[in-house]
Design a protein around this ligand. Sequence first.
Ligand SMILES: [Ca+2]
Ligand SMILES: [Ca+2]
Ligand SMILES: [Ca+2]
Ligand SMILES: [Ca+2]
Length: 265
Amino acid sequence: MTKAAYLLFVLTLVCNCKNKPKTAPAQTTNTTATTDQTIASTKTEKQLRHVYKAKDTIVIDAVANDSAWAKSTWYALDQVWLGDSLTKEDYSGRFKLSWTADALYVLAEIQDDTLIDTIKDPLERWWDDDCLEIFVDEDNSGGEHQYNHNAFAYHIALDGNVADMSTEKIGKLYNSHVESKNRTIGNTTIWEVKMALYDDSYNDKGTNTPVALSVDKKIGFAIAYCDNDKSLEREHFIGSIPVEGEDKNRGWIDANIFGTLLLKD
Ligand SMILES: [Ca+2]
Ligand SMILES: [Ca+2]
Ligand SMILES: [Ca+2]
Ligand SMILES: [Ca+2]
């Protein structure tokens, strides 16, 4: 190989490397991040789960001694949406659900070997710090929700900030929608979350009223954990529902991938 040919070979290698897609492209605000997949406007219902009403107040203190939690089922949070070779030491998680007329409640138990909250600005790459992400589609409609409020993808940071994409196509804090508390003992973090649900008429610049929940209501739902331990971008993204196809990081765009909750007394 001549010197020129060798240089060309090296250059080609470098270029190929640069063009390699990143494992966690996710929510960048300066790209359209569109997808080749067409998003159906109605959803095929899957993972139907009954959620039982809390008879006593659930205190949001990251202590799971509330009576509602004793009666709720643990669900696995174990579907790898992004990242390779996840180990049990790196991450494991499960969650429970309950509801009252004014809120949906989530209890998550996450084992994560290293907790990080390194990006100080809560609206900068909010998915690249450790965070709990809860997806809700108030009317279980399914469909596209990237820059609209057909559904929400609340990223709850360790410090309690709640970020999602606004209709302005930038990150926005929705702290008034979600009350949460987390507590870590060893490598286990308990997250207790109370969320008000808003319908698709939600206006980022207006006054909004949460929807009252009632028996037999269906809600589109998924939950995920963004695990980063030491990298610039999150290392794993683990969700509560299998996502078909190559691209599994679809929850922030496509409410069709969500499961369905059915509220029961
Ligand atoms: Ca509690
Ligand atoms: Ca980890
Ligand atoms: Ca909807
Ligand atoms: Ca972590």
